[in-house]
Design a binder for this molecule. Structure first.
Ligand SMILES: Nc1ncnc2c1ncn2[C@@H]1O[C@H](COP(=O)(O)OP(=O)(O)O)[C@@H](O)[C@H]1O
Ligand SMILES: [Mg+2]
Length: 290
C-alpha cells in the first residue's frame, strides 16, 4: 500500500476544477459541451450497490481514463452509458441533451462504439468481415436486392481503415483466430473506430494482452483521439493509464472519488484513491467516504 503523499481538497471541488479546465481547452466554455456525460448515476444488482451517484464527463478531443479496483463499477457505468441496461436513477446526456438508451444499438445510432472487455471478435471471420459484421455492404443494383455482399469493397475499405489507424495486421484476409491477441484486439478497436462518429469506449482493452500487443492498442487509442474522437479508456494498469490519458476519473465502491491529472498527479496518488487509503473527509462527501 503506497504512502499517502498528498492531502486532497474535497472531491467535488477537484472534479469541478478539472472539468472547468477541460471546458476551457481550445474554445470558449459556452461552446464546449461534453460529448457524453453521466450525471448522478446509481445502479444496484440486488444488495450490491454497483454505482452510487456516479458522474463523469467526456469532452471532445480527450482520452479519459476510468480507473478503479475490480468491482469498483467501471463496466457497470459503461453499460449504463451504452444502453446495455438502464440506470436506476440519474441521467445520461449526449451532447448536452438527456437521452434514454434502451439498447446498445441506440448508443451505436448516436455514434457511441464500445470495445468490450473480452476480445469480442468473431474468430472464424476475417478482419473485413469482423469490421462489417451487421453492417455489410451489399452489391449495388439487382445483386444488392438479391443479398450479395460486396466483399471487394469491404476488403478495400478495411485495408484503408487499418492503414489510416496504422494497424499492422499480416493480411486482412486471414481469419482472426490466426492473429495474435493484440492484432485481434486491434481489429475490435478498428471496428469501433470505423463506426464511431462521436466517442469510443474501451473496457480493459489491454487486460488480456502482452507488452508488445498492448503497445499496439495504446498507439491505436492515441490515433483515435488524434483523429478527433474522444475515448473512455478503462483500465487498472497504471502505466497504461498514465501513458495515454489526458484526464483520470477514479471510481471506488461505485462512487467517483477523484479526478486526477496524469501530468501532475502520480501513480501512487491514483492507487491511493483506488484502494481507499486516500479519501475525502467524511464531512464533505457524505457516507461513501471510507
Ligand atoms: N449483471 C450483473 N449482475 C449482478 N451483479 C453485477 C452485474 N454486473 C456487475 N455486478 C456487480 O457490480 C459490481 C461492480 O461490477 P463491475 O461494474 O463489473 O466492476 P469493474 O468493471 O469495475 O470491475 C460488482 O460487485 C459486480 O459483481
Ligand atoms: Mg469491468
Amino acid at each position: 500500500m503506497p504512502e499517502v503523499l498528498w492531502y486532497p481538497t474535497p472531491t467535488t471541488h477537484r472534479i469541478d476544477r478539472r472539468s472547468e479546465r477541460a471546458n476551457q481547452k481550445g474554445s470558449p466554455m459556452s461552446e464546449r459541451v461534453p460529448v457524453l456525460e453521466a450525471r448522478g448515476i446509481s445502479k444496484s444488482f440486488g444488495a450490491v450497490h454497483a454505482l452510487v451517484d456516479a458522474s463523469m464527463q467526456v469532452f471532445p478531443g480527450e482520452i479519459v481514463a476510468l480507473i478503479g479496483d475490480n468491482g469498483a463499477g467501471k463496466s457497470t457505468l459503461i453499460n449504463c452509458l451504452t444502453g446495455v441496461f438502464p440506470p436506476d436513477s440519474g441521467e445520461i446526456l449526449f451532447e448536452g441533451k438527456p437521452v434514454h438508451l434502451h439498447s446498445p444499438q441506440d448508443a451505436r445510432n448516436l455514434g457511441i462504439e464500445t470495445v468490450y472487455q473480452d476480445l469480442a471478435v468473431a474468430p472464424h471471420l476475417d478482419s473485413a468481415a469482423n469490421i462489417y459484421l451487421g453492417r455489410e455492404i451489399m452489391k449495388p443494383g439487382i445483386l444488392g436486392k438479391l443479398g450479395f455482399l460486396d466483399d471487394k469493397r469491404m476488403m478495400e475499405q478495411t485495408e484503408s481503415e487499418l492503414k489510416r489507424l496504422r494497424v499492422r495486421i499480416p493480411d486482412p484476409r486471414r481469419r482472426v483466430f490466426t492473429l495474435s491477441g493484440g492484432q485481434r484486439q486491434s481489429v475490435a478497436v478498428a471496428r469501433s473506430v470505423k463506426w464511431a462518429s462521436k466517442i469510443v469506449i474501451m473496457d480493459e482493452p489491454t487486460a488480456a494482452l502482452g507488452v508488445a500487443q498492448s503497445r499496439m492498442v495504446l498507439d491505436l487509442t492515441r490515433e483515435v483521439r488524434n483523429s478527433g474522437i474522444p475515448v473512455i479508456f478503462i483500465s487498472h494498469n497504471m502505466p497504461h493509464v498514465f501513458e495515454v490519458a489526458d484526464r483520470i476519473v477514479v471510481l471506488r465502491l461505485g462512487t467517483v472519488v477523484a479526478e486526477l491529472d496524469p501530468k501532475t498527479d502520480t501513480v501512487d496518488q491514483a492507487v491511493s484513491w483506488m484502494t481507499g487509503s486516500t479519501t475525502t473527509e467524511p464531512s464533505t462527501n457524505g457516507s461513501r467516504a471510507a
